[in-house]
Design a protein around this ligand. Structure first.
Ligand code: ADP
Ligand code: ZN
Length: 801
């Protein structure tokens, strides 16, 4: 037999291998396949009887891990085709890291190799040794001394040469990783006054640990690769205490199960279920959008529909934007279905994740709940797929295989003959259009489940309400916060920008401080006293003098959540205030703050888009949007839609309990449709207007779009490759019959023209059908340039920065 194997490498096609006698493999089997001088893991995607005695290499062996199911192998093929991604890379996403085998290579000299090695030094070496290329001679010498092959260019080729000459043997030892130990840190003794004065980064690490209470070294490292060395010093001096734990603590395990007895359905919920239940009974693919206003009880509809599917002996897949941000949702699922739910979240260790995967695969659990990557959970007999907050951009993977979790979920449902439910208070324009055209069934929950009205939204036009000097809270907003606090109620303040000052500039020459590697300004974070790049993580102490002109005239401008927090603390010194953004929300810290808000132990919560995500805080009656315009001017065709969604979602946090809610929106664009529609909770009006605008400009969903990114260290080479790629796409457009009406835009410098030290260019391919889009994008991708220039393609891009 010949096995077609998609190896876990960025290569375009699967490769053929011989299946040696005695090795049983099937489609989906995970195998080790020889690859040059080494072996790589891959998945069998096809089996053929040999039609000719082809000279193929034999497969090495099976990987000791459960196979990938046939259904997922087929899904991977679709993803690879649709997103123009290497099939092996797609399949690699489908196996959890913990279950992914690691191989250790041992290299030994064969008898002939030993003879050759000892002859290397001899004056009269045999001809076979004398004929060895110099690289191989050198490598043989290294190996004979028992040293590993050097990590030098040409080393792999030399190794292959020695292997082919029969001078060495390579054995591949396969191990699947088991449980891992982790180092956790907590504060130790208090530092003395000047102890950390000259170690600001160490002080920062210490502050970070103190904020979190306890935190894993892994997490610190993910924020700063150099954290471990600081931590070592801090542990040695007793400022931090370290502890080894076998597994990372599961932040979800600590959440008490809220038994959630099913409430009596509202009539809208009942009407939606009256459509879903027969669809489940039919057992054929049936996709729906569940458009329900904030607080309308969409979750209850999911829970009921899933219960029906489970009663039919089927399984359920539930995708949510960022599971770690919505522990409450996980608790509701577990409250209803108990141990039948596997929660797949980023806090899982590799071993835990592999274990969850195993329990899903064996059918031990019937519901998989998680973020984007949970779409690959190995569920069989899938009856229902739920995508909650389907409009959320986090469903789109932004690097590597750039798939959209929602769209892949729909494909899975289609293949499995399952019901798909896309839920949102603000469905994406794409989804709206699909419902309008009848490609998705439309289910609506127009009122809140509590039958309370949606909160009233007032616009504060900042052109009229002049802000007090240097401040950013208008008088009406301050008054509203004051009233709310007096009434013993809670307020949320939203600003989608973290840090203290969003840029610093020199008053003398006007130059802002920029990231050395990206074309963006740096944000000053007060707690750590650092300027940070929000794109690459670069951090530096703020300068005392201007880097351009040397003047001592550094000014801090703009404001982020950290500064809003400081201002609110100053104005309301007695209020209990918490802030949630990427700087403060870490592991247990996030759960602690969300719990405190829910239990009424926080008066004012300040945060970024993190706080807009589906949270159900019954005590919140006031939501203040500090600046609605933030993000609206981005050069991205989704910027306006995104603004509307954020406003509607954050407004939806108000008045979910007994008392009515109120929303104040500060803006310089009071007349803008996104803001006016959010004021009126007019989703349909907004979607119609946006759809018309997209049609006019030829943007999705009225056309299909793919973005080809070109990036590299050398601006000139990047530009050349980008131009060549556009040329190739244009040529294909002229040639290919299916590409009538298709077009190529660009190339042009990307709006974010430098990122992590690389220059970025991009071009767009637009077409009416997916096939033409792929033809053109593929043509662009065939262009080759210097190795330092990278080409990548993003089909259905979610952001065009
Ligand atoms: P959504 O996801 O649509 O924003 P949720 O599912 O969070 O809304 O529901 C909002 C609130 O309404 C929750 O507190 C939930 O417990 C409650 N709720 C949902 N359905 C009902 C119902 N049929 N009767 C009473 N309360 C309900
Ligand atoms: Zn940067």
């Amino acid at each position: 037999m010949i096995a077609r194997v998609a190896v876990f490498l960025p290569v375009e096609q699967p490769f053929d291998y011989l299946v040696p006698a005695g090795l049983a493999v099937e489609v989906g089997a995970r195998v080790w396949a020889p690859w040059g001088a080494r072996a790589v893991e891959g998945v069998v995607v096809g089996l053929d009887p040999p039609d000719a005695p082809a000279k193929l290499k034999p497969l090495s062996r099976r990987v000791d891990a459960p196979p990938v199911g046939r259904e997922l192998v087929a899904l991977a093929a679709w993803i690879a085709e649709y997103y123009l991604a290497p099939p092996g890379e797609v399949l690699r996403l489908m196996v959890p890291a913990g279950g992914r085998a690691r191989s250790r290579r041992t290299i030994s000299l064969t008898d002939e190799g030993k003879r050759a090695a000892s002859a290397l030094e001899a004056a009269l070496a045999p001809a076979s040794v004398a004929a060895l290329p110099s690289r191989e001679r050198a490598l043989l010498g290294v190996l004979a001394r028992g040293a590993p092959p050097p990590d030098a260019p040409g080393s792999a080729a030399a190794l292959r040469g020695l292997l082919e000459r029969g001078l060495i043997a390579i054995a591949e030892e396969v191990r699947t990783r088991g449980a891992r130990e982790e180092v956790w840190l907590s504060p130790g003794r208090a530092p003395t006054e000047n102890e950390l004065a000259r170690a600001p980064r160490r002080a920062e690490v210490l502050a970070e640990v103190a904020r979190a209470g306890t935190i894993s070294l892994e997490r610190l490292r993910s924020g700063d690769p150099r954290a471990p060395s600081h931590v070592r010093a801090l542990v040695e001096s007793g400022l931090l205490v370290e502890e080894r734990r076998a597994v990372e603590r599961d932040p979800f395990a600590a959440i008490p199960l809220v038994a959630s007895p099913p409430p009596t359905l509202t009539s809208a919920q009942a009407a939606a279920l009256a459509v879903i239940e027969p669809a489940l009974a039919r057992g054929a693919y049936a996709p729906f959008v569940l458009h329900g206003v904030t607080g309308s009880g969409k979750t209850e509809v999911y829970l009921r529909a899933i219960a029906v599917a489970l009663a039919q002996g089927k399984r359920a897949l539930v995708l949510v934007p960022e599971i770690s941000l919505t522990p409450q949702l996980a608790a509701r699922f577990r409250g209803r279905f108990g141990s039948q739910v596997a929660v797949l979240h980023s806090g899982l260790t590799d071993a835990e994740r592999a274990d969850a995967w195993r329990r899903i695969q064996t059918g031990e659990v019937a519901i998989a709940l998680g973020a984007r990557s949970a779409v690959f959970a190995p569920l069989e007999r899938l009856g229902i797929v739920v995508v909650d907050e389907e409009h959320d951009p986090s469903f789109k993977q932004q690097e590597g295989v750039r798939y959209h979790g929602r769209d892949v979920a729909l494909m899975r449902a289609r293949a499995a003959g399952a019901v798909a439910l896309l839920g949102s208070a603000t469905p994406s324009v794409e989804t709206y259009a699909a419902a309008k055209e009848g490609r998705l069934g439309l289910l609506e929950l127009p009122e809140r489940a509590t039958l309370r009205p949606l909160p009233s939204v007032e616009i504060i036009d900042l052109k009229q309400h002049k802000l007090p000097g240097g401040g950013f809270l208008s008088a009406p907003l301050v008054a509203a916060i004051d009233e709310t606090l007096r009434a013993g109620e809670q307020a949320i303040l939203f600003l989608n920008r973290r840090g203290f000052s969003t840029f610093i500039l020199c008053k003398s020459c006007g130059q802002p401080a920029r990231c050395r590697d990206c074309s963006v300004t740096l944000t000053w974070h007060r707690a750590s006293d650092r300027l940070r790049c929000h794109y690459c993580g670069f951090a530096t102490p703020p300068p005392k003098t201007c880097a351009s002109c040397g003047a001592q005239a550094i000014e801090r401008l703009g404001y982020g959540t950290e500064r809003v927090e400081a201002a609110v603390r100053e104005r309301f010194p007695d209020a209990r205030i918490e802030r949630l953004d990427r700087d403060t929300a870490q592991g247990a810290g996030l759960v602690r703050v969300l719990d405190a808000v829910r239990d009424g132990r926080v008066d004012v919560l300040i945060g970024t888009q993190m706080i807009t995500k589906g949270h159900d805080f019954p005590g919140v009656t006031l939501v203040g949007v500090v600046l609605a315009d933030q993000g609206m001017g981005l050069p991205d065709f989704r910027a306006v839609e995104r603004t509307f969604q954020l406003l509607e979602q954050v407004a939806g946090r108000a008045g979910r309990g007994e008392r009515p809610g109120r929303v104040l929106v500060q803006t310089y664009n009071a007349q803008h449709p996104a803001i006016a529609c959010a004021r009126d909770h007019a989703y349909h009006r907004f979607a119609e207007e946006e759809l018309a605008a997209r049609r006019e400009l030829g943007y999705p969903p009225s056309a299909r779009l793919a973005c080809v990114h070109v990036d590299g260290a050398d601006p000139l080479e990047v530009r050349k490759v980008a131009e060549a790629a556009a040329g190739a796409a244009r040529a294909a457009c002229a040639r290919a019959p299916e590409s009538v009406g298709a077009s190529v835009l660009g190339p042009a410098e990307a709006p974010l023209s430098r990122l992590k030290g690389r220059t970025r260019w991009q071009l767009f391919v637009k077409a009416q059908n997916a096939r033409a889009l792929r033809t053109l994008a593929r043509a662009a991708m065939t262009v080759t340039g210097p190795r330092t220039v990278r080409l990548s393609v993003d089909v259905d891009p979610i952001s065009t920065l």
